[in-house]
Design a protein around this ligand. Sequence first.
Ligand code: BG6
Ligand code: MG
Length: 218
Amino acid sequence: MRYKGVIFDLDGVITDTAQYHYVAWKDLGIKIGIDIDEEFNESLKGISRLESLEKILIRGNKENDYNNLQKEDLAKSKNEYYVSLLDRLTPNDVLENIVETLNYLKESNIKIGLASASKNAPTILNKLQLIDYFDVIVDPSQVERGKPSPDIFLECAKMLDLNVKECIGIEDSEAGVVAINESNMLSIGIGSESNLNHANMVLSSTKELIQTIKTLIS
Ligand code: BG6
Ligand code: MG
């Protein structure tokens, strides 16, 4: 067996919190006069909170309108709204076939890691009642560079005590797929071929994940 570990992104792969990030950024955008549409939102996926804010300010030519403290306040206010949206998360919000895939990986003795840019990841995994499946959850504040840099995937493989060639990475974001590719793992993109054609394999939804993983690890 070649693959010994699967490293998951969280938002947009395990649950559909990617849409809550969008709602919360859009709301902040309205307050500061910057329009955020779905196409622009794709470029925010996988990117840390503060880096996302920087991109939004640049889009509105307002990057020099706020000092660092004010930027932290804006990011905090977006996060408060986002966290209030997370209140409604339950185990029913786990995306299709994710639990089956995690069970299959456990039964097959494949290690499971989480490489999410989100500081809210442990809270979300607890709400979804999935936290016990994960052998390793990388704290994004412990890696120097965010996605699209490969750091978080490399750190996760290291913590799982695996070589990158033994790992499969799963991502829904353009930046995340770049990060997996740069780490030299096999990349599976979940979403549309038009955004994710740089992934080694693209699946239109998590529904197809279990069969793909079975084929890869058997
Ligand atoms: C990533 C999301 O998983 O986490 C991004 O794709 C988000 O949209 C980033 O900005 C940081 O998340 P959080 O929860 O720490 O603000
Ligand atoms: Mg994601």
